[in-house]
Design a protein around this ligand. Structure first.
Ligand SMILES: Cc1cc2nc3c(=O)[nH]c(=O)nc-3n(C[C@H](O)[C@H](O)[C@H](O)COP(=O)(O)OP(=O)(O)OC[C@H]3O[C@@H](n4cnc5c(N)ncnc54)[C@H](O)[C@@H]3O)c2cc1C
Length: 463
């Protein structure tokens, strides 16, 4: 990897210039470089990683050998069915098939060819998946995924220039011919390329674009990477790209407020409930962390996630990120309902009634008032553990329309020559609008899947 030389030595031209060093950009770089192409990755911030580093690094793969070894039967068709059931119909359904059919090959290629540490998560299913199919770093920390990708780029001889924002695209006769970058020495330089991949993520950090497409989330806390300012989408739009699913996004229902990090959703999948400041539940938590974020945001700016010792111990044993939150004193033990109510600052009788009703639903002796049927390990039992949480906007899930080679297309479906897009810049697979179409792994699926598609297509080009 090139480490920010003051005056970087650049080639006269590249087969592929990648805008953004997140998962999409680095995977594309590896795929193109595997095919012998010259690749340069430009990253505007000090370090590579973007949202991919903030993620849990969970990547779907349908019918991987890791699943077969674990005795899990899966197939691309099953994954397509699962994803469309969660998302409903949308404007990029061709990408769902592409992601599902390529997913196993990509996970195995990352592990076998590039030594990326991904392990099948078998101990529970994820939102929107009928079987365990997410593959993640051992500690479920996306920073390890991006660190592995960086090391793989280094081994492959791919240069990643950080603190080097791309500020515009070069184009001629409707074809993209390179980028203009601002080098770390402050000078602007045109860098010719036979292909450019926009891997600069979506527009979660751009208020004006949120106002245009997702106004309902403008006032919500943004919990994504600062680099997601949407310029890639704007440049492509200016060149005539169509947009697709641009009003879809992923939110998260339970950021641990005092830790500034996500509270693992495993807690809820194992049976935790979420109550508002009054001590009453807000809805069916099992709809998933993204869909439930909208439910919480509509009712209260903050909430409390309540679990019990079995859940606390299990997640602490398995997820170092949860341990960090515990070590910051953000998960409090409450021996009984009185202590729990005192911590939340709500009426004990109300909270007691909430816990009793939820317990009855979890035990199956009464229907849940919100229709939740999956309470993981069953009714919560004292001692309780509680974490103050709030909903947040994570990342946008729509963008420019692309074909199955990740080439950016016009409204007529014609590729814009030389221009590719993937990850958060491109149309996502999480429905047409809103936060409830997001299945776990959809973000990295289109980052890694489309990066792979773009890199392979550039790799197969003769010119
Ligand atoms: C807290 C959190 C948890 C998540 N967990 C998961 C998960 O477990 N599984 C999952 O599938 N998804 C998850 N997601 C979503 C996932 O992180 C994103 O969908 C995915 O990382 C997007 O990848 P990307 O490569 O497109 O963008 P990024 O990883 O954000 O990379 C884009 C890069 O481009 C750079 N850039 C931007 N503009 C320019 C420019 N002009 N010039 C040069 N560089 C530029 C940015 O600085 C950034 O480094 C999570 C998101 C968050 C916020």
């Amino acid at each position: 990897m090139t480490a920010n030389p003051t005056t970087p030595t650049l080639n006269d031209s590249y087969d592929l210039v990648v805008v953004g060093a997140g998962a999409c950009g680095m995977v594309a770089a590896l795929a193109a470089s595997d095919a012998g192409k010259s690749v340069l990755v430009l990253e505007k911030l000090e370090t590579p990683g973007g949202n991919s580093t903030l993620s849990t690094g969970s990547v779907p793969g349908a019918n991987t050998r890791f699943q077969r070894e674990a005795g899990i039967e899966d197939s691309p068709e099953k994954m397509i069915h699962d994803l469309l059931q969660t998302s409903g119909s949308h404007e990029a359904e061709n990408l769902v098939r592409l992601m599902a059919e390529a997913s196993a090959e990509i996970v195995e290629w990352l592990v076998d060819r590039h030594d990326i540490g991904l392990y099948l998560i078998t101990d529970y299913k994820h939102v929107g998946h009928s079987v365990p199919r997410l593959h993640a770093p051992a500690d479920r920390n996306g920073a390890n995924l991006t660190a592995d990708l960086q090391r793989a780029c280094e081994r492959a001889g791919v240069s990643i220039l950080t603190r080097t924002p791309v500020v515009g695209l070069l184009h001629e006769d409707g074809a993209v011919t390179g980028v203009t970058a601002e080098l770390s020495n402050g000078q602007r330089q045109d860098i010719p390329a036979r292909a450019v991949l926009l891997a600069s993520n979506g527009f979660g950090a751009n208020r004006a674009m949120l106002e245009r497409w997702i106004p309902e989330m403008v006032g919500t806390v943004y919990h994504g990477a600062p680099g997601s300012t949407g310029e890639g989408i704007e440049w492509a739009e200016q060149l005539g790209a169509a947009l697709a699913n641009v009003r879809a996004y992923q939110a998260y229902a339970a950021v641990a407020t005092d830790a500034g990090d996500i509270l693992s959703w495993t807690t809820v999948e194992l049976g935790a409930i979420i109550v508002g400041p009054e001590g009453t539940r807000l809805g069916d938590e099992s709809v998933g962390y993204s869909a439930f974020a909208e439910v919480v945001a509509r009712q209260t700016p903050y909430s409390f996630t309540i679990m019990d010792k079995r859940i606390f111990d299990y997640v602490a044993r398995n997820e170092p990120r949860f341990v960090k939150i515990i070590n910051l004193d953000c998960v409090q033990e409450a021996p009984d309902t009185a202590a729990l109510a005192a911590y939340i600052g709500c009426d004990e009788v109300t909270l007691s009634a909430t816990l009793d009703t939820a317990s009855a639903a979890a035990a199956g002796t009464a229907a849940d008032q919100f229709g939740r049927t999956d309470f993981g390990q069953g009714a919560l039992e004292p001692p309780y553990f509680v974490c103050k949480t709030h909903p947040a906007m994570f990342h946008t899930q729509g963008g420019v329309a692309i074909d199955t080679h990740a080439r950016v297309v016009t409204p007529e479906g014609r590729p814009i020559r030389g221009l590719y897009a993937g990850g958060g810049v491109a149309a996502g697979i999480s429905g047409q609008a809103g936060a409830d179409g997001y299945a776990s792994g959809n973000g990295l699926s289109t980052a890694i899947g489309l990066g792979y598609a773009a890199g392979r297509h550039v790799g197969s080009r003769e010119e």
